[in-house]
Design a protein around this ligand. Structure first.
Ligand SMILES: Nc1nc(=O)c2c([nH]1)NC[C@@H]1CN(c3ccc(C(=O)N[C@@H](CCC(=O)O)C(=O)O)cc3)CN21
Ligand SMILES: O=c1ccn([C@H]2C[C@H](O)[C@@H](COP(=O)(O)O)O2)c(=O)[nH]1
Length: 313
């Protein structure tokens, strides 16, 4: 739908939301101090059935770091080191701010990343984000009671992704095809509590659909990554479970635009969307955890130029 000019391009759902947030959103001081305009509660739907992947076209989205981030989540890692080693910088600001604050050292981001890559002990101490996404997806802690009324932590937690794959295959009509990063008991240990926090799946005639619930959405930066990654994951799960991709439904709660992202309005909203690209996954490994970056091809991506936006830390 929308790719041949006969219907509205699905990217207008995003552009309309950005416009509405900017025009009607309430202006608020947020945690970062930058300030946002925000609306509460929005839905978008994207049809992935013909291999489409919703990669915004009204600006160039750097999908390679996004794909690397998704594979990093699936690996269960909670340390920025593997990302930095792959040239992905999107998570560096948080550990960097913590390092500067706790040591008083005015280290540059480049030098900090260099130490993360070259110094094992430094990476372990300062590159850790706490039990964020990947840690919860793959290793949600499990405790067993001991006779003295205490609890011990099991060496292996719940692997929510393995369970999901197994359930999709064995019980596709289940209403419990869910995984979540929102581990209430561990929120205070995380560099940032999860934003894209709950994923639920639905199977109809071998077609796999997903709803992502996102509690907090930075429409200028985060959204483009989040909708792409959730859609790639849907394609991967479908392939892994011998199903076909269906629909990607996105539900955002606090949908906001940062006040220093006005280029969204002055530049991006003036542009006409172009056809979404297609995603090809060239290999089906034995397990969902064995996909490699080079197994993914994005075909036919012809976006408008990139728009540089500052990230609120
Ligand atoms: N304020 C804020 N917005 C976010 O989207 C966000 C956070 N914080 N904190 C945690 C993660 C990190 N994420 C990020 C952080 C930075 C970019 C970013 O700077 N993207 C640029 C360039 C990416 C690159 O080439 O490295 C972009 O133009 O999309 C994207 C997602 C998403 N999340
Ligand atoms: O995947 C992500 C991660 C983060 N964000 C945005 C949403 C907010 O602007 C900040 C997080 O701040 P909170 O105060 O914890 O809500 O990061 C995103 O859009 N997508």
């Amino acid at each position: 739908m929308g790719q041949d000019g006969s219907a509205r391009h699905p990217e207008h759902q995003y552009l309309d939301l950005v416009r509405r947030v900017w025009e009607e959103g309430s202006t608020r001081i947020d945690r970062t101090g930058v300030g946002t305009r925000a609306l509460f509660g929005a839905t978008m739907r994207f049809d992935l059935s013909d291999g489409t992947v919703p990669l915004l076209t009204t600006k160039r989205v750097f999908w390679k770091p996004a794909l690397r981030e998704l594979l990093w989540f699936l690996s269960g890692s909670r340390n920025i080191r593997p990302l930095v080693a792959d040239g992905v910088h999107i998570w560096t600001d948080w550990p960097l701010a913590k390092y500067r604050q706790q040591t008083g050292e005015a280290i540059s981001a480049e030098d900090f990343e260099l130490r993360i890559i070259t110094d094992d002990a430094f990476a372990e101490r300062w590159g850790d984000l706490g039990p964020v996404y990947g840690a919860q997806w793959r290793n949600w802690p499990r405790y067993t009671p001991t006779p003295d009324g205490q609890f011990t932590r099991e060496p292996h937690g719940h692997d929510q992704i393995s369970t999901l794959v197994h359930q999709l295959q064995s019980n596709p009509h289940s209403r419990r095809l869910i995984f979540s990063g929102w581990n209430v008991a561990e929120i205070d240990q995380m560099a940032l509590p999860p934003c894209h926090m709950t994923y639920q799946y639905f199977v109809e005639d071998k077609r796999l659909s997903c709803i992502l619930y996102q509690r907090s959405c930075d429409l200028g930066l985060g959204f483009a990554f989040n909708i792409f990654e959730a859609s790639v994951l849907l394609h991967m799960l479908a392939k892994q479970c011998k199903m076909l991709p269906g629909e990607m439904v996105w539900m955002g709660a606090d949908c906001h635009a940062y006040l220093n992202h006005e280029a969204l309005i002055t530049t991006q909203l003036q542009r006409d969307p172009r056809p979404f690209p297609k995603l090809h996954i060239t290999r089906t490994p034995d397990s969902i955890f064995e996909y490699k970056f080079d197994d993914f091809v994005v075909e036919g991506y012809d976006p408008h130029p990139a728009i540089k936006l500052p990230v609120a830390v």
